[in-house]
Ligand binder design. Structure first.
Ligand SMILES: [Fe+2]
Ligand SMILES: [Fe+2]
Length: 223
């Protein structure tokens, strides 16, 4: 009986560790992807609308927050003495969204052309608004998750992200609404819904079950 209880605890502990490992690996990918993609948006906005200082400042804050989040996850992995799982862009919510909206990978986006074209920039702002709003709702779910709550450092990190997240969609939402444009048209909302579903019900469980998945050998910001 004592052995059976011990086995159950060991199984639960192993499940929790694997869940947090996958969760942290998915987040560190998305945080790194977020701030590096924003670097390019920022360059383009500075070039195309240099007088819109408030908007530029808001994007700078967004970029700085995403870099801060990346560093929090990096530190968390360092404290746990392991590297994140080596995941590719298939776990990136924003990667999938950009692909659906613009038909190309983030790295292939012609950001100066997009920022200079109001119709394309409208689309980009909608993608950012929906991705960040989804991020906030997801953090609400994670902060109620017993496995996350069992790790005080991770809980604190998600509390920080929760506090930062509204600053990541409000500026783009305002930019759209000030021009009478929809921040979240139904078609984009539907795309966001299907991407989230594919990640949560398909991709992430597959990663969880793939015991042979390699780990990163270098930190993404060392590349
Ligand atoms: Fe973030
Ligand atoms: Fe964010």
């Amino acid at each position: 009986m004592a052995t059976a209880t011990g086995d159950t605890r060991a199984f639960q502990g192993g499940f929790r560790d694997r869940y947090l490992d996958v969760l942290g690996s998915v987040y560190i990918y998305n945080e790194h992807r977020g701030y590096t993609a924003l670097d390019r948006v920022l360059d383009a906005v500075r070039a195309v609308c240099p007088d819109d200082l408030a908007f530029i400042k808001a994007i700078e804050k967004h970029r700085a927050d995403e870099r801060k989040h990346y560093l929090m996850f990096k530190r968390w992995f360092e404290l746990n003495h392991r590297m994140p799982l080596a995941l590719d862009r298939s776990v990136g919510h924003i990667d999938r969204f950009i692909l659906r909206a613009f038909g190309c990978e983030i790295d292939a986006l012609d950001t100066p052309r997009i920022v200079a074209d109001p119709a394309l920039f409208e689309k980009l702002c909608q993608v950012i608004v929906l991705t960040e709003e989804r991020g906030l709702r997801q953090v609400d779910v994670l902060l109620a998750n017993p496995s996350v709550r069992s790790d005080p450092a991770l809980t604190r990190m998600f509390q920080v992200i929760h506090k930062d997240e509204p600053d990541h969609f409000v500026p783009y939402r305002n930019w759209l609404e000030n021009r009478g444009l929809p921040a979240a048209p139904w078609r984009a909302r539907l795309t966001d819904f299907w991407i989230h579903r594919a990640l949560i019900l398909g991709k992430i469980p597959m990663i969880f079950l793939d015991a042979g998945l390699p780990r990163m050998e270098r930190w993404p910001d060392q590349e």
